[in-house]
Design a protein around this ligand. Structure first.
Ligand code: AMP
Length: 212
């Protein structure tokens, strides 16, 4: 089965995706990670995407749909976990069409976290420049400040996790991505999961939702 995981910025999509792909046979596709990799390589697509990401805006639909299309057609047999995609109704339509020959989407899991918590989660987030592992300065601190527990890489704050960009990302989410709740409800694929509490607690709820 292929799954969609969505929710506001800071809801814990990255962390829960890691649990899901480790425990189920799913290929993880995070458009955020794909775009950051393109920026690191300074490809044309990366340079274009960066101007939007730096402001907390969404990268245009045709760009991200093109990226997803490439990945899915390169491995049509795989079952996927889409993390941070779709983020707009046109992306959701495109995904639905693209996945039809591959068994479709089985469930759209929504991580529900109150907005008051999102700001704290995002401003305290630190990510590893080498392996991408995510930490939080107070909720999930690394053993040694600034150093990744997993690979000893350097931990940094993402440019778009800075105060001024975060509020825009939350606003952009409300306007563009929140309507996907209705979209997937109409399709009978929607499942809302309480995203508060420890990552393990949230994952137990996800597992339960997948069995329903
Ligand atoms: P994320 O790592 O999922 O928080 O994404 C970081 C940033 O990448 C977002 O704020 C957007 O600028 C961009 N991005 C990621 N996924 C998408 C998408 N599906 N559509 C448009 N922009 C995206």
């Amino acid at each position: 089965m292929s799954l969609v995981l969505f929710g506001p910025p800071g809801a814990g999509k990255g962390t829960q995706s890691q649990f899901l792909v480790d425990r189920m046979q799913l290929k993880h596709i995070s458009t955020g990670d794909l775009l950051r990799a393109a920026i690191k390589k300074q490809t044309d697509l990366g340079k274009k995407a960066q101007t939007f990401m730096d402001k907390g805006e969404l990268v245009p639909d045709d760009v991200v749909i093109g990226l997803i299309n490439e990945v899915v057609s390169s491995d049509p047999q795989a079952k996927y976990l889409f993390d941070g995609f779709p983020r707009t109704p046109p992306q959701a339509e495109a995904l639905s069409t693209l996945m039809k020959p591959h068994g479709g989407i089985s469930k759209a899991l929504f991580l529900d976290v109150p907005s008051a918590l999102l700001m704290d989660r995002l401003t305290g987030r630190r990510v590893c420049t080498k392996c991408g592992e995510s930490f939080h300065v107070s909720m999930n601190p690394p053993k040694q400040e600034g150093v990744c527990d997993k690979c000893q890489g350097e931990l940094i704050q993402r440019d778009d996790d800075k105060d001024e960009v975060i509020s825009n990302r939350i606003k952009v989410y409300e306007e563009n991505t929140s309507p996907l709740k209705n979209y997937y409800q109409d399709q009978g694929l929607f499942s809302s999961i309480d995203g508060q509490g420890s990552p393990e607690d949230v994952y137990s709820r996800l597992e339960r939702a997948l069995k329903d």
